[in-house]
Design a protein. Structure first.
Length: 133
């Protein structure tokens, strides 16, 4: 298998795996908006009143994620996914300062995913396997 094929498959696998993680967090906004609201309040210091606003945020994220997995408007969709995850990763900084308290060690999984998001953004023009052009 040549390098172009290996790169294409690698980028596709990164895109699918990032999509799955982001999709779980997006669906949480619909299935458990109270939890999502608590996350916003605890990590971003943003109070989201009522479920309707969380549904709207979830809907916007879902539209972006569909574009991301399909490879549409890559600069915007890949950039938005990178921004979402970077903010989430950095907002959790207190968890990294106490890695062995409770389940804080799980938060370290955000760093390889952030690297994947950066990689996808930087190589977005090469990520063409199973995308809409």
């Amino acid at each position: 298998m040549n390098i172009d094929k290996r790169l294409a498959i690698s980028l596709l696998l990164l895109r699918i795996s990032v999509f799955i993680v982001m999709l779980v967090w997006t669906v949480d906004k619909f299935t458990n908006p109270e939890h999502a609201s608590d996350v916003f309040k605890k990590f971003y210091f943003i109070f989201i009143p009522g479920n309707q606003i969380m549904y709207l945020i979830g809907a916007i994220e879902l539209i972006i994620l569909v574009g991301f997995i399909a490879g549409v408007k890559k600069q915007f969709t890949y950039g938005a996914v990178l921004l979402f995850h970077a903010v989430s990763t950095l907002a959790s900084y207190q968890k990294y300062l106490a890695p062995y308290d409770g389940n804080n060690a799980l938060f370290f999984a955000a760093w390889p995913m952030l690297a994947a998001c950066i990689t996808l953004y930087l190589l977005r023009e090469q990520d063409n396997y199973l995308t809409i052009r």
